[in-house]
Design a protein around this ligand. Structure first.
Ligand SMILES: O=C(O)CCC(=O)C(=O)O
Ligand SMILES: [Fe+2]
Length: 394
């Protein structure tokens, strides 16, 4: 028996408490007009109208970017990752008693959390960028002790995810936002199983450049999210439009001004069909609720930066394993940027082998070096294995 407390919500009560907010948020989201298919101009550059809407609101929803066949391959790959998660943090076996995946990876791939919990809100984790605690509903008694929350290292563990990393439309979008010489940041798969998935408390992603003399609205880059399933206001990511322009938001004060509720009135949900892709400016205030809905969300999340934002900068948020301790990183010199960026040409080539009819993306920083970065066993060892120890996190 658990002792009851008036502030504790069951899953169903949490879902009911969100109903109005969900409905209003959906209406606000569709009214913004920052969504549609990806479009390019005659030179193959991201259409200026899309860029304008992105810079106005701080996010954009690209509809129908990833073909159904590729989504199927990604779903199969991620299902396997979910099945192969350790039964709890640090365990060597999965729920079926097989060896958990990735115990030999330099960075442990799984962040496990208690069902419906908020692991970071109100803690000093991740540089203290999540100051407010989200509502933590009580899971069903049948829920497992821990569930996967984030999965790292997808380019190493999942062939379909490596190929996604070389997707020509996604890389052209990255070039449109961050310039042709754009560089990678990191990746993580956010997993929100129905009735189990934890919340991500309100935060802005960037850490390093808030007080930089050349600070601007794009300096901390952006994240893609490729949606493998339909996303709803109940299970999806919410963003407060325009907050990428205003510097650091006082999140605690914002929640307090909302009677302590995490349902911020000016936030909107990212509403997607399978195969839709979002870009969210890392300076935008964003977060997601515990998933008390009946629908799974799997968001393959990976970011890109302007080269000038990382070169010569001391990184932050360097992941040191599954204990979620994050710390100062290395200074990112030319070699480090080159080594992490090399995942891109290998991913492009892995994609070319699998989808021979598609025109591969031309990644300018590796112009003329393509033959050294073909997808093969040698480049897997040299470039892909433990590539995320070289992430460019700022
Ligand atoms: O998908 C989520 O719930 C959180 C995503 C997020 O924080 C990010 O992409 O930076
Ligand atoms: Fe984030």
């Amino acid at each position: 028996m658990t002792t009851s407390n008036v502030s504790e919500l069951t899953s169903a009560q949490h879902a009911a408490a969100m109903a109005d907010h969900v409905r209003n948020g959906e209406a606000r989201a569709f009214a913004l007009g920052n969504r549609g298919p990806v479009r390019f101009d005659e030179q193959g550059r991201l259409h200026p109208d899309i860029l304008e809407a992105y810079w106005q609101h701080g996010f954009y929803v690209f509809e129908g970017v990833i073909d159904p066949r590729e989504i199927e391959e990604l779903r199969a790959g991620v299902s396997e990752l979910i099945d192969r998660a350790p039964i709890r943090k640090g365990a060597d076996v999965d729920a079926q008693g097989r060896p958990a995946l990735g115990r030999d990876f330099a960075i442990q791939p799984y962040v496990m959390v208690k069902p419906l919990s908020d692991p970071w809100g109100g803690t000093s984790a991740l540089g203290g960028r999540h100051p407010a605690k989200m509502t933590e509903p009580t899971p069903e008694e049948t829920a497992p002790e821990e569930v996967p929350y984030l999965i790292f290292g997808m380019c190493q563990s999942t062939p379909a995810a490596l190929r996604l990393y070389g997707h020509p439309k996604l890389l052209a979008i990255a070039a449109g936002v961050n310039g042709e010489d754009f560089v990678p940041y990191n990746d993580a798969i956010f997993v929100k199983q129905p009735g189990l998935g934890g919340s991500v408390s309100w935060h802005q992603d960037g850490i390093t450049h808030w007080n930089a003399p050349d600070w601007d609205e794009g300096i901390h880059g952006f994240n893609f999210q490729v949606q493998l399933y339909k996303t709803t206001a109940a299970n999806g990511l919410w963003v407060v439009p325009g907050t990428h322009k205003i510097g650091r938001v006082d999140i605690k004060a914002k929640v307090a001004a909302n009677d302590g509720s995490d349902m911020l009135p000016d936030a909107v949900p990212l509403l997607c069909e399978p195969g839709d892709v979002t870009i969210v400016n890392r300076q935008c205030l964003h977060g997601s609720f515990a998933n008390t809905s009946p629908d799974i969300r799997v968001s393959i999340t990976f970011g890109f930066h302007r080269r000038s934002s990382v070169l010569g900068v001391r990184g932050k948020l360097s992941l040191k394993g599954d204990d979620m301790s994050w710390s100062d990183g290395d200074v990112f010199d030319e070699q480090r940027v080159f080594d992490r960026s090399a995942v891109i040409p290998v991913a492009i080539d892995a994609r070319r082998c699998h989808f021979p009819d598609e025109t591969p993306y031309h990644y300018q920083p590796f112009e003329g070096l393509e033959d050294d970065f073909r997808f093969n066993d040698e480049t897997f060892d040299r470039v892909i294995r433990d590539y995320n120890t070289r992430d460019l996190a700022i």
